[in-house]
Unconditional design. Sequence first.
Length: 255
Amino acid sequence: MCIRDSLQVESDPAYDYLAAVFAYDWDSARPPLCLPLVARSYHYTRPAQHLLVSELHYAVGKEREWVEILNPTDSQVDLFGYKLGDAHDPAAFEGMYLFPPGAGIQPGGVIVVAAAASGFSQDHPGSMPDFEVYETDPTVPNLLEDADWGTGEWHLRNEGDEVLLLMANGSIVDAVVYGDRIYPGVVPHPGVELYSPSLERYPAYFDTDDCSHDFRDWPFPNPGDVPGGEAGNGFVGIAGATPDETLEYRLTPRE
């Protein structure tokens, strides 16, 4: 078995260190190393600097649906007035809901919005969402129905839908599209293959507007826990680096 690997560096100190290691190994190899070198242009994708829908659990009954939102920035975001829902325009027979006063998300933090806290707690015993759409638990704050956007209610279609995170003025912050739905400027994910997996953004901090690339069909839904900073997940932060100074590696076994 051989291993194909790639290394992406966006940090001058890390690059200099790795270049020195490579040069030393290359020069000291006995017998000398000879291999073909292939260079091509590469566009580096920086971590997103806006809120992201990081996981979506939809292929279940309506009362068990939930959405996870990640703040990949280094600043707290006040969510009051932000909208979350599946209504692609104000006249659509779908739902759109407002975050209540006092809602916010810490730097690097995540929040979970469930359709119903009662259904969520059945699937995740001992855990509760940060917000719910339908009032089923008095201890969980409710999102507020937006009377000016959407004419229906929250219900994500298994065959295809979009989940939109909007600012108070209706401008798009993030969009996740899957299945048979079409949304301008966003490539849809084909959708999960089984009944219970989620769509999980992977790596969690990146957004290319191509959901087929940005999301994976994840068989272990894990609300409130994003895949980042763990060994072996394909994304590793350099100690002391800023969000733009990241080291990304991927190892793909090949027979």
